[in-house]
Design a protein around this ligand. Structure first.
Ligand code: PMP
Length: 290
């Protein structure tokens, strides 16, 4: 495996950064998780745009142009001779001293790891995930915007610990007002009486790339997606529910807090979305050039 750090590919054992990097010391940095399928990187431009927006929001200057960054992602896939897999792209604040001040970090560190992905078992797509509501609330946008895909994921990790302890596949996170925001690493959609709903970004959700793809597929299939504030009531009483994320893709959620959602089985509309999503991942994207 070859890992990109600041323009140079290193063997896995040699891919190291300084202990003074503020990405490590403070979680000061941003990242993306990107998939590539069948020799093409899916929604590369959207991921790069979100990365640069996250960086802008934390006043982090990325030392590469968007074009150079996109090319570095493609090169990382090529270098590893992979046609299917997952890319973890990180930009950290870089090396500074032990103080918080990012001004003392002269140059951001760029890391790109392209790896084969351990897929969720196909059985989960057939049978659906169980979800619990986490006590840990999604961090308030006024404290740290959930739109920033930052390296500081403790809020999500604390919620994920609860979900794992309960034996659930994902954890539902509410915001401080008690409205549904998202799951620990996925966005959430519900279907009710033929209408699709997902929480608004303002409720504390990441603007998921997969969420946007689902909104596009919805338009193709004749659904509009509404974004009102949602509560657990809406999930309990939904006909279908599914989660979306780069790693999970589109995955049915069939239980919340032990209660079946709809029939308690993955729904038909969800299945149509999964099918169309898989067509798109197979056939579209930025060619790696392998
Ligand atoms: N919410 C959170 C908190 C996430 O970490 C992710 C995964 N990156 C998502 C939602 C889904 O976003 P995407 O579809 O862009 O992977």
């Amino acid at each position: 495996m070859k890992i990109y750090i600041d323009g140079v590919f290193h063997a896995k054992a040699d891919a190291k950064i300084s202990v003074f990097d503020h990405g490590l010391l403070y979680g000061d940095g941003v990242f993306e998780g990107i998939r590539f399928y069948n020799g093409r990187v899916f929604r590369l431009k959207e991921h790069i745009d979100r990365l640069y927006d996250s960086a802008r929001a934390i006043l982090l200057e990325i030392p590469l142009s968007r074009e150079e960054m996109s090319e570095a992602v493609l090169a990382s896939c090529r270098e590893n001779n992979l046609r299917d897999g997952y890319v973890r792209l990180l930009v950290t604040r870089g090396v500074g001293d032990l103080g918080l001040n990012p001004k003392l970090c002269p140059r951001a560190t760029v890391i790109i790891i392209a790896d084969s992905i351990k897929l969720y078992p196909e059985e989960l797509y057939r049978n659906g995930l169980e979800v619990i509501t986490c006590s840990t609330r999604r961090i308030a946008p006024a404290a740290l915007s959930p739109s920033i895909k930052s390296l500081n994921y403790l809020n999500n990790i604390l919620a994920r610990i609860e979900a794992s302890a309960a034996g659930a596949g994902e954890g539902l996170m509410l915001n401080e007002q008690g409205y549904v925001s998202e799951c620990t690493g996925d966005n959430i959609f519900i279907l009710k009486n033929g209408r699709l709903f997902t929480p608004p970004i303002s409720a504390g959700a990441l603007r998921g790339i997969t969420r946007d793809v689902v909104i596009e597929i919805a338009a193709e299939l004749g659904y509009t997606v509404e974004e009102p504030n949602l509560t657990r009531y809406d999930v309990f009483t939904a006909d279908e529910c599914f989660l979306t994320g780069t790693a999970a893709e589109i995955i049915p959620a069939v239980k919340l807090d032990g209660r079946p959602i709809g029939t308690g089985r993955p729904g038909e509309v969800t299945a149509r979305f999964i099918e169309r999503f898989r067509e798109l991942t197979r056939a579209t994207g930025e060619p790696i050039g392998l």
